[in-house]
Design a protein around this ligand. Sequence first.
Ligand SMILES: [Zn+2]
Length: 167
Amino acid sequence: MFDQQHPRPCGRPTKAGTPCKSQVYGRAFACKLHTTDLEKQLLDAYERGHRDGYAQGRQSAEVSAKLHSEHLERKVKTLEEQLDAQQRRFEDRGAQAVTVDGYGYRWGGPGRLEVGDRVLLPENYVSALRHGSGPFPGTVTALGTTYSGALSAIVSRLPDQRSEDAR
Ligand SMILES: [Zn+2]
């Protein structure tokens, strides 16, 4: 979520409907204007966890600090789940939205994809480096995606041993 350290555009829709061009740096979901209350709470919890972690490193014997940190971890987890539920979408321009190995894709059919289905994905910058050019295989890891941007289309469904056995 926060692995992009370089400046990037916020990208959330403005009142005019165009993507926000404000630059966002480091640990952030969006620009100040477009960060939701839930996201602000989550960022605050992350920040506090960060500080606690730092303090803990210096006084590792302090039980209270540890308890506080465990409380924060639970809080972060709950907030992340809330955010996921709020942002997760199962449709993309009339197609099914799924997560394949951590990335959002769209599937126009035939049929619906389920978690565990094997699919062929279109080549991208990273896959070209790792697998060479051309489509590469992946596994559906979740239904829906929390990614709000445009999704690439899955090339095809790959034959799956389990479903062939079931047929
Ligand atoms: Zn913005």
